[in-house]
Design a binder for this molecule. Structure first.
Ligand code: LMR
Length: 326
């Protein structure tokens, strides 16, 4: 009798332990506000993951650079202090030269072209291109097209000569602003508003959603509708964390990620349009559309950066990305 009871007892204890185990806590840190495409997608991911894996995972979302800002989040990921981050694609150039393809000026004519390239075999391969460096991409999340703003009237490339522009930490973005004869300043996202307000920088480039949610428009005179580049994100984890997860948890998280991606990406365009309308209604910065000829001048001025970065990015990849706009 005892012989039967002991294993029964042991398995009951084991089962109790399994059920009593604490959920796996996953910290997801990002730098924008909740009411943005990335902020909304991150919250949706939390909701879905906790629903699909009840009691097994706890997702803690930290928006607004609360936990880690731009400067620290990659290191924090590599050290295991945070498990998921979603930096803009411009912030990976230390880890991948190829990912810089997304920052080539005017390479994508609209967000649909960006989506087509990201979904293509070349785009999907980039998600895995940094695995050896400790960064694994799970998904691309959309924000939108970048606009150029400044604290004075600007219209054509000559008008930005000598101005200081905040840029994300990216050699390619730096090259674009040098090409314009402006002075690029790398600065963390959380410091941009103050930088614009105090005149440390004269201008910046970003999406409507970021310009609105971080109030950049309050400190700018003109926002030029250039659509000259994109801000999109790669949601990344460290492979050492990810590959050690129990398979059922990884599957549940993958499924939550894929649904949150569809949700957030469907929202990105309207969030940006909404932000643009609110900026116009606030009547603080002047929103200036550009006609075809003016856009062609901007494009021609920035174009040399393509050749400059071709050896790093690869001609084939540039061709594939550009083809998504055809
Ligand atoms: C920026 O630094 O301007 C953006 O990458 C911020 C963001 O995450 O959208």
């Amino acid at each position: 009798m005892l012989k039967i009871l002991v294993p029964l007892f042991a398995s009951a204890v084991l089962a109790a332990n399994v059920y009593a185990a604490d959920p796996i806590t996953i910290k997801f840190s990002h730098v924008v506000t909740d009411n943005t495409p990335k902020g909304q997608a991150a919250l949706k991911f939390k909701e879905l993951a906790e629903k699909k894996l009840p009691g097994l995972v706890k997702i803690e979302v930290f928006p607004n650079s609360q936990l880690f800002g731009d400067g620290k989040e990659m290191e924090a990921l590599l050290l295991g202090d945070v498990q998921i981050i979603a930096p803009s694609l411009s912030k990976f150039d230390r880890f991948s030269k190829q990912v810089q393809v997304f920052d080539l000026p005017f390479i994508f004519k609209d967000p649909e072209a960006v989506d087509r390239f990201q979904s293509s075999p070349d785009g999907q391969a980039l998600l895995k291109s940094m695995e050896k460096k400790g960064i694994l991409g799970l998904a691309y999340w959309h924000n939108g097209m970048k606009q150029l703003s400044a604290n004075k009237d600007i219209l054509l490339p000559d008008s930005v000569k000598g101005l200081k522009f905040r840029i994300q930490p990216s050699a390619l973005l730096e090259a674009i602003f040098k090409q314009l004869g402006a002075s690029p300043q790398k600065m963390a996202f959380s410091e941009v508003y103050q930088g614009l307000q105090t005149g440390v920088v004269d201008g910046q480039e970003n999406t409507w959603s970021n310009i609105y949610s971080k109030k950049f428009y309050e400190a700018q005179k003109t926002i030029l509708e250039t659509n000259h580049g994109i801000v999109d994100y790669m949601v990344v984890v460290s492979p050492s964390f990810w590959n050690k997860l129990p398979p059922n948890i990884r599957d549940g998280l993958n499924s939550a990620m894929s649904e949150a991606t569809t949700y957030g990406n469907a929202l990105a365009w309207s969030k940006n349009q909404e932000a643009k309308e609110k900026i116009i209604a606030a009547n603080k910065a002047k929103v200036v559309p550009l006609n075809k000829e003016q856009l062609a001048i901007w494009k021609a001025k920035m174009q040399p950066v393509w050749k400059q970065f071709e050896p790093q990015i690869g001609a084939g990849l540039i061709k594939a990305a550009a083809a998504a706009s055809n």
